[in-house]
Design a protein around this ligand. Sequence first.
Ligand SMILES: *Cc1c(COP(=O)(O)O)cnc(C)c1O
Length: 357
Amino acid sequence: MSRPTQAFIDRSALTHNLSIVRKYAPHSRVMAVVKADAYGHGLLQTAQALANVDGFALLELDAAINLREAGYQQPILLLEGFFSTQELALFERYRLSAVIHHPEQIAMLLASRHPQLNLFLKINTGMNRLGLRPEKVSEIIGQLQKNHCSKNITLMTHFASADDPSQHDSVIQQLQCFQQVVHTHAHPSSLANSAAIMCYPQSHADWVRPGIMLYGASPFTDRTAADLDLRPVMTLTSKIIAIHELKAGDKVGYHGLFQADCPMRIGIVACGYADGYPRHAPTNTPVLVNNQQSRLLGRISMDMLTVDLTNIQDVQVNSPVILWGKEISVDEVAQRAGTTSYELLCALAPRVEKIAC
Ligand SMILES: *Cc1c(COP(=O)(O)O)cnc(C)c1O
């Protein structure tokens, strides 16, 4: 038997979550964000479940080509655009759309013999990560049009804090900055990530760009995925591979980080940080064993973790374990480990078998 660590990908949850996006933004086209192997869920099986979205967005050129070769006809947007002139031939051949966020990329386009692309001009409205300076946008559009460098131009930006209600003002400032630039141009526009889709209807515009909500996790710290009617797509499972009885005073795992204060029963689970389970998850992080609520004990190892079996019924080697999924949300595990569901989902290791169901 092979190692029992597996991630089940629930395709009906993906389509459900897409329907929630459409409910929030009924007048926008939806560009499903499938970067990082669809946030760890597997690009092609995710795309299949989302086959009727209006577009896909990602950053990896090879993955974008795979998607096109798999037969998807929608726009496929590369969120960091191209990195060299050589890549432009591939953009043209596979009809890939490119984000332009830096004047250097415009120079590459002007120098290229393959310039007829769909372009998304990304404007820096305050996040100060990627984007053109707002006051340069008109000049750049003029330059692109004069040189016949694009088929279509869409204007876009990205919010720094749409997930944080205490930073409402910064979102409004970014929106106003964007509107000041776009109102003088007749181009379509795109602003909203998952958090903005759910909190800022005034940001929906022509294209919304949901990522995390499609995968059934919450971008907010104060609202769960269940509160938002999102269904978790990934269930990370494994099995108990060893059981031990402890006496009071016995220690568990590396550095004896957990010490039993009474007799206990513990189980070793075949899942560790090399599978993508967060090493910083502390004792008491919830785990489901044999469909019963249990908890982590001690330090996560590379390939294993330890759970408390003291009050778990009918448990033996091979009993099933759920690390996250429907009953235990990836958001909760992430919160315990001091990180976000984004990081946990896309850190799922390639050695974990992904099974679409
Ligand atoms: C990743 C990303 C998104 C999706 O963000 P979520 O918070 O996962 O919805 C949208 N737009 C851009 C530019 C991104 O890089």
